[in-house]
Design a protein around this ligand. Structure first.
Ligand code: NAD
Ligand code: UDP
Length: 337
């Protein structure tokens, strides 16, 4: 198949492009490189043994997007491009709505112009807000608590309405839980700019000696050890869920939302210990106050993904930590060299 991938040079997008190329698909990456290194496409080619086409395009630029899609004539689009930092979204909501919501609208209009109606969208478990029940089923109420989460909910709504208006539309909104890890080749991974917001990259930077200690945001939650529990998923498992979702859009029309997680949770302190084991390095930490807006526990109910996608996560916590460590060690060597 010909598949266009917005944000295909980013963290999750790059791993998915590797899987697409390895499965024999023809891929066009559309990325502004706002949050991706310019050599990512070459690294993808090095792993997959094949190249993707690449166009530097901003998804908010409809003429450029339309030219790209009408030229490539994709059979499906995987849509990763967007802004993703919750704290930044609270400070810059207009920019988040412009890129995430207006950019997604431009993408759908460009897809219409190119006669393409198969779409897989990167949504997030953040659309659920503070859940009433865990594990969280897809039928749970959607009540995001910040502009980033609202932007994901809004795009899901637009896609649903597009599907009602146009019977040709076949789309899957994938609600990711907590993606971590990196490709086992240590050629691609997550390279946060500045201080990492997320736990795993922060822990990795402490283990490698770039930061003195981890601040654990609260140990008084209603969880077994008092620290927050999350459903971490290896990024390569997540990438493979996209191939399964792509297949689903070929089998069935309409719009569906599907969780992508493992259903198994780990606390902050369990993550610290697992990372210490994988890296052989200490991860000193201190407990500080809760981070505003955090919830105690977030866990996917993975039964719909198993039933609809025929997919389930295969990589365990040890693989997540090991691959994150190998990638972090590579980054540290690159930065010091
Ligand atoms: P990322 O920042 O690594 O990747 C996003 C890519 O989009 C980058 O390559 C960036 O250069 C590109 N991009 C940004 N703005 C663009 C624009 N205006 N036009 C074209 N390209 C643009 O992020 P990621 O972690 O790979 O996340 C991918 C998607 O998954 C995002 O939509 C994110 O909101 C969503 N998501 C991520 C997580 C997570 O924890 N990483 C969790 C849930 C959902
Ligand atoms: N966390 C922490 N210290 C950090 C970053 C995160 O204690 O420096 C905790 C956070 O409170 C949450 C868990 O780690 O319980 C996962 O946080 P992350 O930001 O990675 O994911 P999210 O909260 O968005 O699910």
């Amino acid at each position: 198949m010909r598949v266009a991938v917005t944000g295909g040079a980013g963290y999750i997008g790059s791993h998915t492009v590797v899987c697409l190329l390895e499965a024999g698909h023809e891929v066009l990456i559309l990325d502004s490189f706002a949050n991706a290194a310019p050599d990512v496409p070459d690294r993808i080619a090095g792993i997959a043994g094949q190249s993707a086409q690449v166009m530097r395009v901003d998804i908010t630029d409809r003429p450029a997007l339309t030219d790209a899609l009408t030229g490539f004539r994709p059979e499906a689009v995987l849509h990763f491009a967007g802004l993703k930092a919750v704290g930044e979204a609270v400070e810059m909501p207009l920019e988040y709505y412009r890129v995430n919501v207006a950019g997604s609208l431009e993408l759908m209009r460009a897809m219409e112009a190119a006669g393409c109606h198969r779409l897989v969208f990167s949504s997030s478990a953040t659309v659920y807000g503070d859940p009433d029940v865990v594990p969280i089923p897809e039928t749970h109420a959607l009540r995001p608590t910040n502009p980033y989460g609202h932007s994901k909910r809004m795009v899901e709504q637009v896609i649903e309405d597009w599907g009602v208006a146009n019977p040709a539309v076949a789309a899957v909104n994938l609600r990711y839980f907590n993606p971590v890890g990196a490709h086992g080749s240590a050629q691609i991974g997550e390279a946060p700019q500045g201080v990492p917001n997320n736990l795993m990259p922060y822990v990795a930077q402490v283990a490698v000696g770039e930061r003195p200690h981890l601040s654990v945001f609260g140990d008084d939650y209603d969880t077994p050890d008092g620290t927050g529990v999350r459903d971490y998923i290896h990024v390569v498992d997540l990438a493979q869920a996209h191939l399964a979702a792509l297949d689903l859009t070929g089998r069935e029309g309409g719009v569906q939302a599907i969780n992508v997680g493992t259903g198994r949770g780990y606390s902050v302190l369990e993550m610290v210990r697992a990372f210490e084991t994988a890296s052989g390095r200490p991860v000193p930490y201190e407990i500080i106050a809760r981070r505003p807006g955090d919830i105690a526990t977030s866990l996917a109910d993975p039964s719909l993904s198993a039933a609809r996608l025929g997919w389930k996560a295969e990589r365990d916590l040890e693989a997540m930590c090991r691959d994150a460590w190998v990638w972090q060690s590579y980054l540290a060597g690159k930065n010091s060299g």
